[in-house]
Design a protein around this ligand. Structure first.
Ligand code: NIG
Ligand code: FE
Length: 415
């Protein structure tokens, strides 16, 4: 493996800090080295500092000239629905005409329409679609994603999706962390029998997912007209007994205590939280649950109620930002767009947004010792941006690609 010496950066933003997710003022401390340099040996970071500090310990390293540009860790996207067939541009058009996301779901569209298409697709067809999405993530500077199943809703189709997630991680440069989301929606054939579907998920799906080591985490969409608190408790408790970590779609449209359940069960993350109230934020803090905020989904469904990121940061929560990439509520793979929304709509600072999109996200996936910051010993997943200053990442919004992306010290995107 070639050793690399990255030089001529404008800013090397390391995100170095304590070996745990960052809270409070730590979110604004991004470990910025002006004109920093970085040594990479055997795909891992072997030195970080100024060029003068690092060069003496460098043997046989190839120079990577960053061209006076910004270098950061690769983005870590801790909430995506990577694998699905087709898209829902037709529903988007209806939403533009005033029909709501929930009305479309109640009419049999929404998640269930993607389920019908995903069931009809072969594993290879889904892999092809997911590979296309993986390329989008990498081109935007994302090097690791969490990816959920949830558009199969039969045992065979959920396992099919989880195998595709694993295959994307094995055959493309994008790292994937799989999550079982069998309880994403009540499938058409179980209409009015949600408890029976939960039994299927608990008794048939989860044991096979665990047996095949197909997921690190289990998630559920806990929401009015989808899964209630009792059903969520059943699914998540069973997942825990199989050794899976817990994540939860909670408080997205309706507040009825879903985030409190995440705290009670010791979930790793609680995601969405648009409707969450102050008392629940305290419970999440006490239980050490990381909030994963998804402003892209608020924006794309045309809502104005963003999660209260400032209250969560004040309360000491280790905030994470993610895209929620999916064909309905959040059709974007862009972490920069998400950071931009976090700054403009949730009043996070650019530094807080960057920490939430990298190192905090890595810890929420139990990968904080390997990725998320540019520190000695971690894998060399980094991005050379077409920018000079980290504040440009959320400031320029819309169409942007990373200049170069490296995974384990190997170039995977070059423009
Ligand atoms: O996180 N809320 C549930 N799941 C997704 C939406 C999935 C879809 O619309 O297809 C979300 O917003
Ligand atoms: Fe989601």
């Amino acid at each position: 493996m070639t050793n690399l010496l990255v030089v001529n950066t404008s800013q090397l933003v390391t995100l170095a800090g304590p070996p745990r997710p960052r809270v409070g003022a730590e979110l604004r401390d991004i470990g910025l080295i002006v004109q920093g340099a970085m040594l990479i040996m055997n795909g891992r970071i072997a030195g970080v500092g100024t060029r003068a500090e690092i060069e003496p310990s460098t043997k046989d390293a190839e120079l990577v000239d960053a061209g006076g540009r910004l270098v950061t860790p690769g983005f870590v996207d801790a909430h995506t629905h990577l694998v699905f067939a087709g898209n829902r541009a037709d529903e988007f058009e209806k939403r533009c005409a005033g029909v709501t996301y929930q009305e479309i779901a109640a009419q049999g569209g929404g998640i269930r329409s993607t389920v019908r298409k995903t069931r009809a697709a072969t594993e290879d067809q889904l892999f092809e679609a997911a590979t296309r999405h993986a390329r989008w993530f990498l081109q935007g500077g994302t090097t690791t994603i969490e990816a959920k199943s949830g558009y199969g809703l039969t045992t065979a189709d959920e396992l099919k999706i989880l195998r595709v997630i694993r295959r994307v991680g094995e055959t493309t440069p994008l790292r994937t962390v799989p999550t079982f989301l069998g309880a994403h929606e009540i499938p058409d054939e179980y209409a009015g029998r949600a408890d029976d579907y939960v039994s299927l998920a608990v008794e048939e799906m989860l044991p096979q997912v665990a047996e095949g080591k197909l997921a690190d985490f289990c998630d559920i969409f806990c929401e009015a007209k989808v899964f209630n608190l009792d059903q969520a408790r059943r699914v998540l408790s069973a997942a825990k007994s199989h050794g899976l970590g817990l994540r939860m779609h909670a408080d997205q449209f309706t507040f009825f205590g879903a985030s409190d359940l995440a705290a009670e069960l010791g979930a790793k993350t609680c995601d969405h939280l648009e409707q969450t109230r102050p008392a629940s934020i305290s419970l999440l803090k006490t239980a050490g649950v990381q909030p994963v905020l998804l402003p892209g989904s608020v924006y794309a469904i045309g809502s104005h109620k963003y999660p209260d990121a400032r209250a969560m940061i004040e309360a000491g929560l280790a905030v994470v930002l993610a895209t929620d990439f999916n064909p309905g509520s959040s059709p974007t793979t862009s972490m920069r767009t998400v950071m931009s929304l976090a700054c403009t709509q949730m009043k996070m600072t650019p530094a807080e947004a960057l920490t939430s999109a990298t190192v905090n996200a890595a810890y929420s996936l139990n990968r904080g010792d390997e990725i998320g910051s540019l520190e000695i010993g971690k894998v060399a997943d980094f991005v050379i941006h077409d920018a000079e200053d980290y504040r440009e990442l959320p400031y320029f919004f819309g169409d942007h690609q990373a200049a170069s992306v490296y995974v384990s010290g190997q170039p995977v995107v070059a423009t």
